[in-house]
Design a protein around this ligand. Structure first.
Ligand SMILES: *Cc1c(COP(=O)(O)O)cnc(C)c1O
Length: 407
């Protein structure tokens, strides 16, 4: 009361007209495209292939494990800051079983509120204001905002189409590194392009990081979604990388529980400690009972991971086939559950305009890749479709797209 009455100006909860309430660091970000496109999907009764979440839940036994934890009173109160011991042990066992990487569950693992918090905490904990972050463009939408919140400067290196995939230009990557570069922010398998970085590309990234003494933050949430001959190679397995890499994983995509928000970081103790310093003041802890369930999920036999991959591969074929028949140029993804297309083969060039009219024209919603670029013009003709949906939904979407565009 006193604060209000002592002010000469009338109270204005939205801030003065001269100064908009949103700070300058975040002003450029606005609301995400997903909100606009999901609203459009609802209004037009369209099939939403915009946002990348599965339309069926993960394994029944893992859901039951969460129920059991809840009933048994495990995780209903603040779990330990670094994560419950069972999950930290499961993360290290998984890294060892899949990749031969050894981590200490007590000092080298941190459980986070999804990969999203891991990304935020890593950038907030590792960057000084003004530090440059070299990141692969197009990028996952939270990267740019988190770099900005941490006071860093983003330096995009654009992945460009080459022989059917989006490729990293190693010379451009080298040229992007300056004396102010603090870290490389990598994502493989890559959303939205579906690229899985090759051994050659990853070797070059690792050599550059070692040569210029850079940290690497690598988002590997699609580590289990690689198809055909593609192989997921964690950056931490490359020479000189074990102790300069912060690896980020998540249960959301691998186990089809995106609402649980269980993610993790593996890294050397000093790096985990830096990430934890930021994380403890973001959520402190999250997802208590789900942490126990995810510990069981990570220990599932290889059959689970193989079946998941085979199912998603079949769905990729279904949607890619439909898009090709409709006339899109399709970049068949080597990983993730997204297909990036080029709409120039349909005589279109503006992905934004295309995605805004697509629901009316076809009854399907997609996302313009341009939103994932700083160099928007580079992403203009590309449009992303998610295929983590039921077979019948994908069949119907493919039918609608063929009807709207094929002649
Ligand atoms: C979905 C996604 C995330 C976020 O993962 P959560 O565990 O849901 O927070 C992070 N990075 C990429 C590339 C993603 O696609």
């Amino acid at each position: 009361m006193t604060a209000m009455t002592s002010s000469a100006r009338p109270a204005d909860p939205a801030g003065s007209a001269a100064r908009p309430p949103l700070n300058r660091r975040l002003a450029e970000f606005g609301t995400t495209i997903f909100a606009e496109m999901s609203a459009l999907a609802l209004r037009t009764g369209s099939i939403n292939l915009g946002q990348g979440f599965p339309d069926t839940d993960g394994p029944e036994e893992i859901r039951e494990a969460a129920v059991r934890a809840l009933r048994d009173g495990r995780g209903n109160q603040y779990p330990p800051g670094p994560g419950v011991p069972e999950l930290r042990a499961a993360v290290t066992a998984h890294q060892l079983r899949r990749y031969g990487l050894t981590f200490d569950p007590d000092t080298e693992v941190l459980v986070t509120a999804g990969a999203t918090e891991a990304i935020a905490a890593a950038l907030l904990g590792l960057l000084e204001p003004g530090d440059e972050v070299v990141a692969l463009e197009p990028y996952y939408d939270s990267y740019a905002a988190c770099i900005a919140m941490a006071g860093g400067r983003r330096v995009p290196v654009t992945l460009r189409p080459h022989e059917g995939r989006f490729r990293l230009d190693l010379d451009e990557l080298r040229a992007a590194v300056t004396d102010r570069t603090r870290l490389l922010l990598i994502n493989t398998p890559h959303n939205p392009t579906g690229t899985v970085l090759t051994r050659t590309e990853l070797t070059a990234i690792a050599e550059l990081a070692v040569e210029r003494d850079l940290l690497v933050v690598t988002d590997e949430v699609y580590e289990h979604l690689v198809f055909d001959d593609a192989e997921h190679l964690p950056l931490a397995t490359f020479p000189g990388m074990r102790d300069r890499t912060v690896t980020i994983g998540s249960a959301g995509k691998t186990f089809s529980f995106t609402g649980w928000k269980v993610g993790w970081v593996t890294a050397a103790p000093a790096l985990v400690s830096a990430v934890r310093s930021a994380k403890q003041y973001l959520t402190y802890v999250a997802s208590g009972p789900f942490q126990y369930a995810v510990a069981e999920a990570l220990a599932l036999p290889d059959d689970y991971f193989d079946a998941f991959r085979a199912d998603m591969r079949a769905k990729r074929e279904l949607l890619a086939g439909g898009l090709e028949q409709a006339g899109f140029t399709v970049f068949r993804p080597a990983g993730t559950y997204f297909i990036t297309t080029d709409i120039r083969s349909l005589g279109e060039s503006d992905g934004f305009a295309f995605c805004r009219s697509l629901p009316e024209r076809s009854g399907v919603v997609a996302i313009p890749n341009a939103v994932f670029y700083d160099h928007r013009e580079q992403g203009a003709p590309f449009v992303r479709f998610a295929f983590c949906k039921r077979q019948g939904v994908l069949e119907e979407a493919a039918k609608r797209l063929r009807k709207a565009f094929a002649h």
